[in-house]
Ligand binder design. Sequence first.
Ligand code: AGP
Length: 591
Amino acid sequence: MCGIFGYVGNRNDGQKLVFSGLKSLEYRGYDSWGVGVIPEESKNTIAIKKKVGKIGNANVSDLPGGSLSFGHTRWATHGGVTDANAHPHLDCSGTIAVIHNGIFENYEEIKKGLLRKGHKFVSETDTETLTHLLEDFSKDKPFAEAVRAAFNRMDGLNAVIAVSAKENLLVAARNGSPLVIGFGKNENFLASDASALLPYTRDVYFLEDNEMAVLAPGKVTILNVKTAKEITPKRKRLDWKIEQGEKGKYKFYMLKEIFEQPQIITDIAVSGASQAEEIAKKIKDARGTYLVGCGTASYACLAGSYLFSKLAKRHVNFAIGSEFGYSLDFLNKDSLVIAISQSGETMDILESVKKAKDKGAKILSLVNVPGSSLYRLSDYKMLIGAGQERAVASTKAFTGMVAHLVLLANSLNGGVKEGQKSLMAAVKSVNQILSLKSLRKIKELTSRIVDKKHIYVIGRGLSYPASLETALKIKEISYIHAEGLAAGELKHGPLALIEKGTPCISFLPNDETYGSNLAGAMEMKARGGYIIGISHKPREVFDYYIHVSDAGESSIIPEVIVAQLLAYYLTIKKGLDPDKPRNLAKSVTVK
Ligand code: AGP
């Protein structure tokens, strides 16, 4: 979702640095962008450039040079996608600018008051209200104090950057949306994502909720927003690898990330076992365990509930992040919530996890981004270890999540070695899928279904979450309507939608669901469905067959990788960008 990058230092081309920082945040998803700078030549003003659309080949060479600069990639919430609604926003005097992530929930009533006082609004955003509020407050307060007062008036989950040309100051405040301060030599940075800071510094502080940072040249002060008390920041050293920008031989990040999966799963199988055994003890001790995630991560959670039942004979509840908050009244200090997230910044998860914490529950997180908000607020932490995922459509993070869950579920019954074996069988199966012959087969299928309006995907047991994930991958990047179903549900309604030529993907793994899944495929075939079988062996009922060798309980991994490739090639065939699907963001930091 929205990206923020800020710079205060001794370079006089801060605007260029901020612009390149924004480029590294592009993967988060956005629909417009903007950069602001206090010009070296005209210190009492703020120059701004903002545009609808992707950054593409744009540049900021028309902006003056300056040593205090800030930028934003916007994912529209309030107000359409227009140049005027893009951030930064200026006050009436043009000397205060604001960029903002989140939703200013009570902006309407505050805006009314400001309009009455004669402030002129030029956008439809909630954010602009803050610029005018700051204009009012800073008449009789130092700027940092004005930001603190204004931020305390804001309801909702927000991250804000406010700049004063008069005081040559950048002030940031956070409640909800992530912000990281980067410390350099005579220069300091700020970003919504720590990975964007890596080219400049590894010395960082993750701003916590209700903290603010005042960045002046050569100095950063951290304060509590509520009390104004100064905080000594516990800085962290980032030991992450810089992975951005390198698509290598691949045209898109998504394809690169799909191909990284055999290595990631191997790494998890080899080095994740002892950690899984350790964490399994926490699950054993808990009275009531809940797996919680959103989107693709929720399907990993659902898969986890099957794995725990099957392998560990343990009931683990599953909930969608955005719903969990409404159904957790029964949690107590013996409960364990396993929150799974690639980014660790998904607001729907953070919100419900905070509620669970308030009930006394312990939080175990399985996240891909170290240092993320979810990672920091958890009692026990596990890293997925899939490396930076940049394509909006999650691929390697999903299979990484499932791989850890396979190890965890096996560890609970003392059989972590079995888990490792089954993951290695999955790796073998995935390597076959990634062979040229198999890729050709998947590509050929796309020509047969690319013009279809609807695709249905069915499975049972572990192939049910695989079906849901397949449908999500197809719809989010190729924009073809796809629906994932528990095969048993077909005859309770959806079968009415199957007609001659409707593509129906059926997962038929080598497990106890095989016979019933076959029956489901036949029921669709009898209504004219075009049956695409994904299985370890061909059947007559299949109109098109894709081979996936058996990997036991880990078969969901290769099944989903076929789906990832199918979605990818459908998208390429339609001439769309698989890395940046319309309307979606990588990191969903609003509710
Ligand atoms: C996956 O392809 C999606 N873009 C989306 O569903 C994603 O999985 C979801 O938003 C959760 O994100 P997280 O794993 O970062 O929490």
